[in-house]
Design a protein around this ligand. Structure first.
Ligand SMILES: [Fe+2]
Ligand SMILES: [Fe+2]
Length: 448
C-alpha cells in the first residue's frame, strides 16, 4: 500500500484540531498516528513471504482457539490433528473477517462520501480512505494465507466446498431486485426529504453504474436471499443519504470491531508471549498481531464517530432512530445470538449448515471418520456440556458486557439494543444444548 503523508491544515485538509470539540481533536490525532504507523506494511511483507510449511508444526494461537476444542473428539486427536484444527480455526475466522472487511470497505466509502459532501470534515474522509486501503491489504493477506493453509491441510478447494451453504433459499431474482431497489429508493428519498439530505457521491456513482447496487452478502450482515440483499441495499441507501445515519453506521462497525477484537486479542497476547520467550512466531500469528494494531485505529474511529461525532448534525427524526435501531438489532440477530459448541468464539447457533460443515470435515482423510463415526462425534460435541462450551460462554459474556457499556449511553436506542437482549439470550449453555439436540435430530434425519 502506498501511503500518503497526512496533509497539514491549510494544504487541502481541514484539520480537526483546536475546534473546542475534543472528539474532533481525537479523530485528528488518530488519523495522524495511523498515517505514521507501518502495521499494514508489515502485514503485506508477511503476506508476500507466506508459505505454510515453516508454520506447520506450531500452534498459531492458544489451543482454545481450535475447531472442536474441549470436545471428547478433540481429546482423542493426535498432535498433528490438533495442529490442523488450530490452523483451520484461524482460516475459518479469517475467511469471515475477510468477507466482513469487503463489506466494510464499501460502507466506509458510502459514508465517507456523506461527510465529505458536508464540507469541513476532510480529515475524516482521508482517514476512512486510508482505512479502506488498509482493509484491501488485510483481505489480500487473509485470503492468501487461508488458501495456502487449507489446501495444504485438506487439498485444493476442499475447505471452500465445506463452507458452501446448500441453501433452500432461491437465488436472488435480478428483475425483482431492480423493482425492490426502486421502491426502496423512493421510500428513503421520501423519508429524508423533509430533513437535511446529504447524498453520498460514492453512492450516487454506484447507482448510476448499475440498476442494482452491489450488496456483499457474506460478512457481518449475512444472507444471500432476495429479502436479505434488499435489506442490505436499504441500509446502504440510508447510510449514504443522511449524516445522522452515516455516523450511526459506525456503531454497527464498532460491533464488528469488538467481535474481531474478542478473538484477535487472544492471538495478540499469544504472540506477545512467544516474543517474550524469544520463540518462533508463526506468520499467521504475526499477521493477527499487526492486524489488531491496525484495527485499533479503526475501532477508535468507529467509537468516536458513532458515539460523539453524530452530535454535529441535526437531531435524528423518528425514522432515522428507527433505522439506526433496526441495524443494531439485526447485527445482534445475525452475528451474536448464539454459542457454538464446535467453535469457541463463534456466536452463532449450531445450525444444520455448521453441523454439515463438521460432519464433512471429520470424514476428510486427515481425520478418517466414517459417516457413522462423524455422527457419533457430532452428538458428543453438540449435545453435552464440555470445556469448549464453557470457554465460549465466558468469552461471550465479556463481549456482551463490552457492548452494554458502549450502548448504555445512547438514549435513542430501544431497550433490546441498549441492553443487548438478543445477544444475552444466546449465552445460556442449557438452552444451547436443548436447541442443539433438536437441530442434530433433524440433521441426522436428513443425512441417514
Ligand atoms: Fe482489517
Ligand atoms: Fe477495519
Amino acid at each position: 500500500m502506498v501511503k500518503l503523508a497526512p496533509k497539514p491544515a491549510g494544504e487541502g485538509s481541514t484539520s480537526l484540531g483546536n475546534t473546542g470539540r475534543p472528539y474532533l481533536q481525537q479523530i485528528q490525532k488518530t488519523y495522524d498516528h495511523n498515517c505514521a504507523s507501518s502495521y499494514t506494511e508489515k502485514i503485506e511483507t508477511l503476506d508476500d513471504q507466506f508459505s505454510y510449511a515453516p508454520n506447520r508444526q506450531h500452534y498459531w494461537s492458544e489451543p482454545e482457539q481450535s475447531i472442536l476444542y474441549g470436545t471428547p473428539f478433540y481429546e482423542q486427536t493426535t498432535t498433528d490433528q490438533k495442529l490442523a484444527l488450530n490452523h483451520l480455526y484461524w482460516s475459518f475466522f479469517y475467511t469471515s473477517t475477510a468477507a466482513a472487511e469487503v463489506q466494510t470497505a464499501m460502507f466506509n466509502q458510502v459514508t465517507a462520501g456523506v461527510f465529505n459532501a458536508l464540507g469541513g470534515y476532510s480529515t475524516i474522509h482521508q482517514e476512512l480512505e486510508l482505512e479502506t486501503e488498509q482493509e484491501k491489504s488485510h483481505i489480500h493477506a487473509f485470503s492468501k494465507i487461508n488458501q495456502a493453509t487449507t489446501t495444504s491441510i485438506l487439498g485444493p478447494k476442499v475447505f471452500a466446498g465445506l463452507l458452501q451453504r446448500r441453501s433452500s433459499v432461491p437465488p436472488p431474482q435480478p428483475r425483482l431486485n431492480q423493482a425492490i431497489q426502486k421502491a426502496l429508493r423512493v421510500a428513503t428519498k421520501t423519508m429524508f426529504k423533509a430533513h437535511r439530505t446529504v447524498y453520498s457521491p460514492y453512492l450516487k456513482d454506484l447507482e448510476s453504474r448499475s440498476s442494482v447496487i452491489p450488496a456483499p452478502s457474506s460478512g457481518f450482515y449475512r444472507g444471500k436471499s432476495t429479502v436479505s440483499q434488499s435489506l442490505m441495499r436499504f441500509f446502504i441507501l440510508s447510510w449514504g443519504s443522511s449524516p445522522f445515519l452515516a455516523s450511526q453506521y459506525y456503531n454497527v462497525r464498532y460491533m464488528a470491531n469488538l467481535l474481531l477484537k474478542n478473538r484477535e486479542h487472544r492471538i495478540f497476547r499469544y504472540c506477545r508471549k512467544l516474543q517474550q520467550q524469544q520463540s518462533f512466531v508463526p506468520a499467521p500469528t504475526a499477521v493477527s498481531y499487526y492486524h489488531l494494531l491496525d484495527e485499533s485505529f479503526h475501532t477508535t474511529i468507529s467509537q468516536l464517530i458513532g458515539s460523539e461525532f453524530y452530535r454535529e448534525f441535526p437531531k435524528p427524526t423518528a425514522y432515522e432512530k428507527w433505522v439506526a435501531n433496526l441495524s443494531i438489532y439485526l447485527v445482534q440477530y445475525n452475528a451474536l445470538q448464539g454459542l457454538s459448541a464446535g467453535m469457541p468464539g463463534l456466536y452463532l447457533k449450531d445450525d444444520q449448515f455448521f453441523m454439515e460443515f463438521l460432519y464433512n470435515l471429520l470424514q476428510q482423510p486427515l481425520f478418517g471418520c466414517s459417516a457413522e463415526d462423524a455422527l457419533h462425534w457430532l452428538e458428543q460435541s453438540f449435545c453435552h456440556e464440555h470445556e469448549g462450551l464453557h470457554v465460549s460462554a465466558l468469552w461471550h459474556r465479556r463481549l456482551l458486557n463490552e457492548h452494554r457499556r458502549f450502548f448504555d449511553k445512547f438514549d435513542y436506542l430501544w431497550p433490546v439494543n441498549r441492553e443487548m437482549q438478543v445477544m444475552a439470550s444466546g449465552g445460556n449453555i442449557g438452552q444451547v444444548l436443548i436447541q442443539n439436540r433438536k437441530n442434530l435430530q433433524r440433521f441426522q434425519h436428513a443425512v441417514t
